[in-house]
Design a protein around this ligand. Structure first.
Ligand code: ZN
Length: 481
């Protein structure tokens, strides 16, 4: 494959082309969904192809194909040059890439059990068992369990001399039980909503989720929620569980620190950002105990990788340090625009047929110093909520509203009563400035999100969040409308 990619790269070496890279990507995907005791989806899919990205006369060109022949390689290289020529008419400035050391490397993300070797029957029967356990709870109208597997091989070569091969396995699973009474619909998910939890590991990760152990518990909680009172509308102290915190960090810190959004190149679909470059290094994003890092180096996490799709090593760096906004997710093209010497390695493409964009890696809230129990014990009156149900945030990532599946009232340092349909709203920096407790290492958990959407046409990316629960004062809470 390297030979083919290098041949395509040679086709790009014509006058006027200052840079080119070729990515070859092979992705195998399997998805199983079981609903109400029946297999609903059994899907298997494989995509292979290559993409050519180059700079001609200071402008980008990109083209791709799934036909791996020399003639097609030549056609795609020429097409990328033609597209760059056309883009050059509209350029506002020449594309200048920050320098990067061309890497030659091979990397394989470690795993124990190849999930594709686990018989379909065995995987399906696990989902059918947890589905049955959920339905064994009286009052459950809808039960659903799912599992996804990916195997990806990638090769990256560039005219600067980089040649990087990478291989990874990813898996994920989850389940949801829904109870309905009249117009009241209550659901509980495990280990997370929106498909469960995901990791760049083998089948051992699915087994570690212990789905069967939790199936009846979440089903009983869904039924119990029908009889609870709704969340009160008030301003109070809120403790956000680790699972919901993953989405809070994703929407209110991950997206607004993507440097392409800041410069408006992604504005048409994904929006812009309130974190403008004048705020870098001086803006009070949160309270002093808020530390948020981008970390692509955590082994086995969904947002980790050895090299990004520009051949830059995965890195760990601060976005928010002791409450101050200090960093962006950058690429080779955007890094020099804010005075960075080089990219911090966040460019990734969904597949061979898409251009790399700045994407989150693992965006993590660093652990603080208390347990969840200690956090609750300090609260006279408040609410603990967890597991995302709905989200909404404006284009600049400032005003947000999140709904959760479940919550409990806190009175005098104890959880006293389950309540339903909780939401909380806020303005990003006001909310984080009111953070007065962050869970410690023992409460910190990794969540993989396989469905972060960005770009036009939209690309779905796999990202991660390592987060503990955290406590926020003066938060407006209410009920899902
Ligand atoms: Zn996203």
């Amino acid at each position: 494959m390297e030979e083919f990619a290098k041949k395509v790269l040679e086709r790009c070496s014509v006058d006027g082309v200052s840079y080119a890279d070729v990515r070859f990507v092979e992705t195998r995907f399997e998805e199983l969904v079981v609903k109400n005791g029946q297999p609903e989806t059994i899907k298997s899919d494989c995509k292979i192809g290559f993409g050519v990205r180059l700079i001609y006369n200071g402008a980008w060109g990109f083209a791709s194909s799934s036909i791996l022949s020399d003639e097609e390689g030549e056609r795609v290289a020429k097409l990328a040059i033609e597209i760059a020529k056309a883009s050059a008419y509209l350029k506002r400035r020449d594309v200048i890439l920050a320098p990067a050391k061309p890497v030659k490397a091979k990397h394989r993300m470690p795993f124990e059990i190849d999930p594709f070797e686990v018989p379909l029957e065995e995987r399906l029967s696990l989902l059918l068992r947890v589905d049955e356990l959920m339905r064994s709870v009286e009052g459950i109208q809808l039960s659903e369990a799912s599992m996804s597997l990916w195997h990806q091989r990638k090769l990256f070569v560039s005219t600067e001399g980089a040649a990087i091969e990478q291989e990874r396995i990813e898996v994920g699973a989850g389940m949801t039980a829904t109870a309905v009474r009249g117009s009241d619909v209550q659901r509980r998910s495990y280990p997370a909503a929106h498909g469960g939890n995901f990791a760049a590991k083998g089948y051992e990760f699915i087994l570690s989720l212990n789905l069967e152990e939790h199936a009846r518990r979440i089903a009983m909680e869904a039924v119990q929620l029908l009889d609870t009172e709704p969340c009160p509308s008030t301003v109070t102290t809120v403790i956000i569980g680790s699972n919901q915190m993953a989405l809070q960090v994703h929407e209110s810190c991950g997206h607004p620190t993507e440097l392409d959004r800041v410069f408006g190149t992604e504005a048409s679909f994904a929006g812009t950002s309130f974190l403008t470059p004048d705020k870098l290094g001086n803006f009070e994003y949160g309270s002093q105990i808020v530390n948020i890092v981008a970390d692509a180096t955590i082994e086995g996490s969904l947002g980790s990788f050895a090299y990004d799709d520009e051949g830059i090593p995965g890195q760990r760096f601060h976005l928010v340090k002791e409450g101050i906004f200090v960093g962006y997710l950058a690429s080779r093209e955007t890094a020099p625009l804010i005075g960075l010497k080089g990219s911090n390695g966040t460019m990734r493409a969904e597949n061979y047929n898409a251009i790399p964009l700045i994407r989150m890696t693992n965006i993590n809230l660093e652990p603080g110093d208390c347990t969840l129990e200690e956090m609750i014990s300090d609260v006279g009156e408040g609410i603990f909520m967890d597991t995302n149900k709905s989200w909404s945030i404006d284009d600049k990532r400032l005003n947000f509203q999140f709904g959760c599946e479940i919550a409990w009232l806190i009175r005098n340092g104890r959880l006293v009563k389950m309540i339903k349909n909780p939401t909380y709203t806020g303005i990003t920096y006001e909310f984080w400035r009111n953070c007065d407790a962050v869970g410690n290492e023992s409460e910190w958990q990794l969540w993989g999100l396989p469905n972060c959407g960005k770009g036009e046409p939209m690309q779905t990316m796999h990202v991660g969040h390592g987060v503990p629960p955290a406590r926020f004062r003066n938060v407006r809470v209410g009920v899902v409308k």
